[in-house]
Ligand binder design. Structure first.
Ligand SMILES: CC(C)(COP(=O)(O)OP(=O)(O)OC[C@H]1O[C@@H](n2cnc3c(N)ncnc32)[C@H](O)[C@@H]1OP(=O)(O)O)[C@@H](O)C(=O)NCCC(=O)NCCS
Length: 211
């Protein structure tokens, strides 16, 4: 898929609308680095989790950012009305075994999302810690919004947990507004967060004005 170069002020960054073959493991490492605390109870230990995430990655529903030829940021998304990405259940049971796998499946179900038609849902955005604060996360969000518009979506949604107030502030600056907050205090000890806020930004499908 076509790549596009932008200068963030800290150097050129190239965006790509897919994960190139061979970069799946690096993308999975970025996800694990960013979301390991949240995903750990379902996917630990890391030496199982990272290959599992790499194998399950949907390369064509992702945006990557490269700096100096290295994959430094990654975002995954789902489009409403499309088949969900590869089924998790069999893969989880195969990787972790039947007994342990069932508990993990129950935890993973908490993060599952089946977007409605006309909606792009961001499954995750992860920037390499050494490259944060340079505008790369914002570039990924704008690229996701462009994809949403091209695919005829009316809105782009994402979830942010209550311990991530800096990310929430960033999304607000980028035009997202809170739709709802679901409080999950019983998950705080296990997963490290006690509430999830869904945020939304309107998108003008290509050729139509934004609502
Ligand atoms: C949140 C995240 C994607 C932002 O990417 P980024 O490239 O740093 O974002 P930008 O440079 O475009 O914008 C910087 C802003 O991001 C936000 N931010 C959130 N966490 C940050 C971090 N650890 N380091 C730097 N900025 C962070 C802040 O609002 C920051 O602005 P500030 O410096 O004024 O507080 C990135 O920090 C990240 O990968 N964090 C870990 C994973 C995560 O939280 N993902 C989002 C889940 S909803």
């Amino acid at each position: 898929m076509a790549a596009e170069e932008t200068d963030t002020g800290s150097g050129p960054v190239t965006l790509r609308r897919s994960v190139p073959a061979g970069a799946e493991r690096r993308a999975a490492e970025l996800c694990w680095g960013a979301f390991g605390r949240k995903l750990g109870p379902a996917l630990n230990p890391p030496d199982k989790a990272v290959p599992f995430l790499a194998a399950r990655l949907d390369a064509d529903r992702a945006v990557c950012a490269f700096a100096g030829g290295e994959l430094v940021a990654f975002a995954e998304y789902q489009l409403g009305g499309q088949e969900p990405a590869k089924g998790a259940a069999t893969a989880v049971l195969r990787t972790y075994g039947r007994i342990r796998g069932l508990y993990r499946l129950a935890l993973l179900a908490l993060f599952e999302n089946h977007p409605k038609r006309g909606r792009l849902v961001v499954a995750g955005i992860a920037v390499d810690p050494g490259f944060r604060g340079q505008g790369i996360g914002s570039l990924l969000v704008e690229e996701l919004a462009a994809i949403a518009a091209e695919r005829g979506c009316r809105e782009i949604r994402l979830d942010v947990i209550d311990t991530n107030s800096r990310a929430k502030a960033l999304y607000e600056r980028l035009g997202f507004a809170t739709v709802r907050t679901i409080r999950t205090p019983y998950l705080r000890r296990l997963l490290g967060f006690g509430a999830v806020t869904t945020m939304c930004r309107s998108v003008a499908p290509k050729g139509l004005p934004a609502q």
